[in-house]
Design a protein around this ligand. Structure first.
Ligand code: SF4
Ligand code: SF4
Length: 208
């Protein structure tokens, strides 16, 4: 009977669900969702998203590959963990949402100009230079993310905060031209390179 059940489940798992299970962090949990809606109801932001988590999981199980992987919603999770602590099935919802975003990025399916994806790339590029985030540079890049005109407007709007940070020495303008590096920057890059190779290998084995 056990074998029969397993065979039935296997038969009705669609190709996209299998793809998610093979390639998305914690993706193997999606089939455990019982569609109770607690996660979507608990998510402080879900009501503003096109597809809150419960809906995303339902769409995966319905094989809606394009809609899920090109969705803005998978980029909107703020990792507040509200959903995880309340899910009666203990799904690692936060990780799945981030995993879906990461997978969509690898496949080049991120919506154009998606701000969270842009910021994530900015953060990563910043971190890669010295192995530590240069907060001042990151802040400036963020302000000017949508062009000089927008950047000047945001900077003017926040000038009081900036001046306050300068006065209280929470911000050092010299950081914009320098910044501290980790002790072993070469080693740091080597670790990331190895991790990237392992991830590429894993995805190639799964045909992603
Ligand atoms: S709370 Fe858990 S079981 Fe309920 S819909 Fe969300 S993920 Fe599924
Ligand atoms: S962790 Fe993400 S999906 Fe979960 S409640 Fe918070 S914002 Fe919503």
């Amino acid at each position: 009977m056990g074998d029969l059940n397993t065979a039935m489940i296997e038969k009705y798992r669609n190709r996209f669900l299998k793809e998610v299970e093979a390639n998305v962090e914690e993706g193997e949990w999606v089939k455990m969702c019982m569609q109770c809606g607690v996660c979507s109801g608990s998510c402080p932001l879900g009501k503003f998203w096109e597809h809150p988590p419960q809906e995303i999981f339902m769409m995966i199980r319905a094989g809606k590959r394009d809609e899920v992987l090109s969705s803005e919603s998978v980029w909107m999770c703020t990792s507040c963990y509200n959903c995880i602590v309340r899910c009666p099935r203990e799904l690692p919802i936060t990780h799945i949402m981030h995993g879906l975003a990461h997978y969509a990025k690898r496949l080049g399916l991120v919506p154009k100009n998606q701000p969270t994806a842009k910021f994530a790339q900015m953060f990563w590029d910043n971190l890669m230079v010295k192995g530590r985030v240069n907060e001042l540079k990151l802040g400036l890049n963020l302000y000017f993310m949508n062009g000089i005109g927008d950047g000047v407007k945001v900077a003017l709007k926040n000038q009081k905060i900036g001046m306050g940070m300068l006065k209280s020495k929470r911000m050092n303008p010299l950081e914009a031209v320098g910044g501290h590096a980790v002790k072993d920057l070469k080693g740091f890059h080597a670790v990331l390179k190895k991790a990237q190779e392992l991830e590429d290998k894993r995805l190639a084995e799964h045909g992603a």
